[in-house]
Ligand binder design. Sequence first.
Ligand code: FES
Length: 106
Amino acid sequence: MTKVTFVDADGNKTTLDARDGDNLMQAAIADGIDGIVGECCGAMMCATCHVYVEEPHLTTLPQRSEGEEEMLECTASERRKNSRLSCQIKIGPDIDGIVVHLPEEQ
Ligand code: FES
């Protein structure tokens, strides 16, 4: 299990023990986190799983794929330099303690 924290647009934090091997979008949906939709179930076709990743994990995550880069052009909320698709973030010891902020809208 890996600790992941979601911070909503109002600053409310929710920390979960997420199952290794899932992705961050799946963990959010399984726990009923508002603000992650995951419309395409992780197929990189919707950008409704957009999050802003805090340091230090932002720099240690694997780089965005070309497909993720393209989908991030379609986010409902502003794209920032720390924007990622949560369905592309694999849960495991490497991201233990990660903190992600949810955008105002998806
Ligand atoms: S769930 Fe659709 S792009 Fe991530």
